[in-house]
Write a protein that binds this ligand. Structure first.
Ligand code: TTP
Ligand code: MN
Ligand code: MN
Ligand code: MN
Length: 371
């Protein structure tokens, strides 16, 4: 097929942190296909090919135009032979045989189902699959399986927490957390982060940063918030992790490792009219609440900018910020700090703009980080 290649604009960077990616995706058919492959590799714990497909998807997400012929992808970074073959196949037939095969694969379907439960990762899913388990009822009926507390809550609230959270619901939760923070400390600071800060309409959870300007006081903030939510009767699950933050440590280049700030993974009961009861009606359930996943992280104030940048995402944007820092600037970046290996010093920052400037990057707004 012939098609005109778009007039070459500026070179597209291989780093997501040098691209502007809004929530508008002009190449969803292609990126959805790449993401199925990435997911399949991830479920099989093959990190390399998984990342290759995530990178390819991320590049196409940043394009202000739809790819209509293979020629149009010429000069784009991160697209290998495999991805190009997929693009060609999808442009020609509307779908990919390889992707369809994965989607109908029993192992893929089962691992995806199992990992959709809060607290179940690829390793646990794999273990259950190898034992011949194929459904939730198989798992729940298996006496030798000991679910941990997180997984128990995951099953208990499965219907609610696998349903997308809306912006309005995120706002309502923001009000609840804001009220709690300020009741505990009047000068407390609350910031929405994660996907909703990037302007997404829906999320799988709601992420907040909470802190206070008083040095050290942030340490007790989360336990106090949790107590308060419990007293209000809206705490359905809480996994609180104390800070293991060590200021003398160099930033970790490994992105997938969790950061060391105090944080908690919660399930909250959200009351009120915002709940879409339509989806519950088949259960004959007219309850006026839903369960929602909420993440809170509490960095010390002097690390606020790094924590905000790290928790705003997207994951691909974060990966590339770190990769860019390491490979292009000889610096180490993580959620806590930025270290210049040439100067052998940590670089302080009070805003995200400071960090982009340290890295020699143009500032990218949160809503342009949907890489
Ligand atoms: P998520 O909430 O997983 O993702 P999201 O908000 O981008 O998308 P969704 O709508 O599906 O919720 O993570 C938000 C960011 O937080 C992500 O960039 C990774 C970061 N993060 C850390 O840096 N450290 C952590 O320990 C965790 C749990 C998340
Ligand atoms: Mn989130
Ligand atoms: Mn997510
Ligand atoms: Mn989260």
């Amino acid at each position: 097929a012939r098609c005109s290649t778009p007039t070459p604009v500026a070179r597209v960077s291989q780093y997501a942190c040098q691209r502007r990616t809004t929530t508008e995706n002009n190449n969803k058919i292609l990126t959805d296909a790449f993401e199925v492959l990435a997911e399949s590799y991830e479920l099989n714990q093959l990190e390399g090919p998984c990342l290759a497909f995530r990178r390819a998807a991320s590049v196409l997400k940043s394009l202000p135009w739809a790819v209509q012929c293979l020629g149009a992808t010429q000069g784009l970074p991160c697209l290998g032979e495999h991805t190009k073959a997929l693009i060609e196949e999808i442009l020609q037939y509307g779908h990919s045989f390889e992707v369809e095969k994965i989607l109908s694969d029993e192992r893929y379907q089962t691992l995806k189902l199992f990992t959709s439960v809060f607290g179940v990762g690829p390793k646990t899913a794999e273990k259950w699959y190898r034992r011949g388990l194929r459904s939730f009822s198989d798992i729940l009926a298996e006496p030798s399986i000991q679910l941990n507390r997180m997984q128990q809550s995951g099953f208990l609230h499965y219907g609610d927490i696998s349903r997308a959270v809306s912006k309005a619901e995120a706002r309502a939760l923001g009000n609840i957390i804001d009220e709690a923070v300020h009741a505990i400390t009047p000068d407390g600071i609350l910031a929405l982060t994660g996907g909703f800060r990037r302007g997404k309409e829906f999320g799988h959870d709601v992420d907040f940063i909470v802190t206070t300007p008083e040095q050290g006081k942030e340490e007790t903030l989360l336990p106090n918030i949790i107590d308060r939510l419990k007293e209000q009767g809206i705490l359905l699950y809480s996994d609180y992790q104390t800070s293991t933050f060590d200021i003398s440590k160099l930033p970790s280049h490994k992105f997938e490792a969790m950061d060391h700030f105090a944080k908690c993974f919660l399930i909250l009961r959200l009351e009120g009219s915002l709940v879409d009861r339509g989806l519950n009606s088949t259960e004959g359930d007219s309850r006026g609440w839903r369960a929602v996943r909420v993440d809170l992280v509490s960095p010390p104030m002097e690390r606020y900018a790094y924590a905000l940048l790290g928790w705003t995402g997207s994951r691909q944007f974060e990966r590339d910020l770190r990769r860019f820092a390491r490979l292009e600037q000889h610096m180490l970046l993580d959620n806590h700090a930025l270290y210049d290996k040439t100067k052998k010093e940590f670089l302080a920052a009070t805003t995200e703009r400071d960090i982009f400037a340290h890295l020699g990057l143009e500032y990218i707004e949160p809503w342009q980080r949907n890489a």
